[in-house]
Design a protein around this ligand. Structure first.
Ligand code: C2E
Ligand code: CA
Ligand code: CA
Length: 529
């Protein structure tokens, strides 16, 4: 993987993790918002219903009081009449004042101030009413200069009136003590605002009334409700929440749930991606998907140059690249994947060369084993039956073991002798590169050793080290073990090694590692030669 691909992958990873984190958090946020809107809409509805109920009730009571004045038999503004007015004002707690006026709207008397002759109401005239019903009831909204002071709502009919405090329409609308926002009451016949809660702007209430939000719009901060029986409507607006209130009323459950789910998803995505992209993850994948192929490097008899067998060398087919074993065998050993790889190498050998080996019993294939395969009998138990099924002789599969695989020397010794008893020759690989090759040669009873390429490389170059190969060959002869020289690239190396007594060799001089088909052709050519 080059740097650009790595960068692109890292970017992709970040994008996926961010999406994984944001999606549930976003959904949580949307739900939170939705639930907050629904709650607000429910609150607005409740307040609107209460406000409308109260407005209708108040209107009914005021009309009732007005009706009672109409029934008073005494002459208008006479002492018994005034007495009746006072009784009516007293018995109707919503009524602040009651009184009478003449045809021209001039004040005649009031329950609070008595007859006009007292001088206080002199010359006071009612303006034209703000509203007039079909049955003669009139209303004045917001008359200021009236008995009792303050702004009053006045309802009148046939020369008598009652006055009330308009804030009665809107007070105590919010039993929770939670500011309900604004409430405004409107006379729909004349589109006049009758009353509003203190901080509410009448013009704004009217504007909302004139352009009401759609009925099913849950996120509108307003609601308009009309009375079915009276020319009344209420407009309720949601409270303006401070930031702190907003935060307090947020549905934290949804929000935190979403964020927690987001973090969990992000963590999972990151873990999954990192695992998949890590060398270990990719190697596990490769094992699962059988992405290994085998190359066969011919081993030749140095005297005749005839092919006697091949070493199986595993490769990882990673997309369209071939990865060399040095790049993944150490990781596979470290991560416990090597045994599965060994099994796949064996399967491949038998699949590709099984028939060939059965037909030509003089050829063998040697397999490289790592420490785990040399500490237990597991591979041997896989190998025996597999060869029997294919009709391949045990001697046709040989074992190569490096010093590195002798970590547990006792176990290795035991397993090596089991391989040999089963008929598999065992070779000590990379001979001379470790610290104790010699002692191993004495401890383990083996069939041969492979002279490492580094000693073959120096042949003919540097007299001192080139003799190492020669010494190894002598020693092998003394111990009566076979020698295979590795990495022979030049003719003079082959000639030298042969002259010193090495029987077999392997290297580019003869052939690079080949595919199975190429190897079969190569062996055939050698036979024919
Ligand atoms: P090795 O067993 O010493 O294998 C010989 C290596 O030298 C191979 O490299 C081969 O391709 C290379 N080679 C052969 N002739 C020449 C030559 O003339 N010149 C040069 N420059 N190189 C030559 P490869 O295939 O990369 O294998 C590297 C190592 O990976 C092997 O070293 C072996 O220790 C290990 N290995 C390969 N296959 C397996 C396997 O199936 N299982 C295990 N456990 N290890 C394996
Ligand atoms: Ca080897
Ligand atoms: Ca070797």
């Amino acid at each position: 993987m080059n740097n650009i691909q790595r960068g692109a992958l890292a970017a992709l990873l970040i994008v996926i993790v961010v999406i994984a984190a944001l999606a549930p958090a976003g959904i949580g946020f949307l739900f939170a918002q939705r639930s907050q809107q629904q709650e607000q809409s429910e609150r607005l509805n409740t307040v609107a219903n209460a406000a409308l109920y109260r407005a209708e009730d108040l209107t009914r009571r005021l009309s009732g009081a007005l009706g009672e004045i109409g029934k008073v038999a005494a002459a208008p503004c006479s002492p018994p009449y005034l007495k009746e007015l006072r009784r009516i004002a007293l018995t109707h707690e919503q009524v602040r004042d009651a009184g009478a006026y003449d045809r021209d709207g001039r004040w005649q008397c009031s329950s609070l101030l008595g007859a006009v002759s007292a001088g206080v109401l002199d010359g006071l005239t009612l303006p034209p009413p703000d509203w007039r019903s079909r049955d003669g009831v009139m209303a004045w909204y917001g008359l200021a200069r009236l008995p009792g002071g303050k702004v009053s709502l006045v309802m009148g009919r046939d020369g008598f009136y009652i006055a009330a405090d308009p804030s009665l329409y809107v007070d105590s609308l919010d039993p929770d003590g939670d500011p309900a926002g604004g409430v405004g009451i409107i006379n729909t016949d004349v589109s006049r605002v009758i009353a509003t809660t203190p901080a509410t702007d009448a013009a704004a209430v009217l504007a909302v009334y004139r352009a009401p939000p759609p009925a099913r719009d849950d996120d509108s901060p307003y609601i308009v409700r009309r009375s079915a029986s009276m020319p009344l409507a209420v407009v309720v607006s949601a409270p303006h929440q401070s930031l702190r209130q907003r935060v307090r009323t947020l549905p934290w459950g949804w929000l935190l749930g979403g964020v927690a789910a987001g973090l969990a998803c992000a963590g999972w995505a990151a873990f999954f991606i990192v695992r998949r992209l890590s060398p270990r993850g990719q190697l596990s994948d490769a094992v699962r998907r059988h992405q290994f192929i085998v190359a066969y490097q011919p081993i030749v008899d140095l005297a005749t140059r005839r092919c006697v067998g091949a070493e199986a060398l595993v490769r990882w087919k990673y997309h369209d690249r071939i990865v060399r074993p040095d790049h993944f065998i150490p990781l596979a050993e470290h991560r416990g994947l090597i045994q599965a790889i060994t099994d796949q190498v064996l399967d491949t050998i038998l699949l590709e060369l099984g028939d060939f080996l059965k037909r030509y019993p003089e050829y063998y294939v040697s397999v490289n084993l790592s420490a785990p395969d040399l500490t237990t009998h597991r591979f041997l138990e896989v190998l025996g039956p597999a060869l029997a099924r294919q009709g391949v002789r045990p001697a046709q599969i040989r074992i190569e073991a490096t010093e590195r695989s002798f970590l547990d020397a006792d176990a290795a010794k035991e397993v090596i002798s089991a391989f040999r008893e089963a008929g598999h020759a065992v070779y000590l690989d990379d001979f001379g590169t470790g610290y104790s090759s010699l002692s191993h040669l004495q401890t383990f009873r083996i069939d041969g050793l492979k002279i490492d390429k580094s000693f073959v490389d120096t042949i003919g170059q540097d007299a001192a080290s080139s003799s190492v190969a020669s010494h190894i060959i002598d020693m092998a002869a003394t111990l009566d073990v076979q020698v295979i020289a590795e990495g022979i690239e030049r003719e003079e190396q082959a000639a030298y090694l042969h002259a010193r007594g090495a029987r077999f060799g392997q290297g580019w001089l003869f052939s690079a590692p080949l595919s199975a088909a190429e190897f079969i052709r190569y062996a055939g050519r050698m036979r024919g030669a």
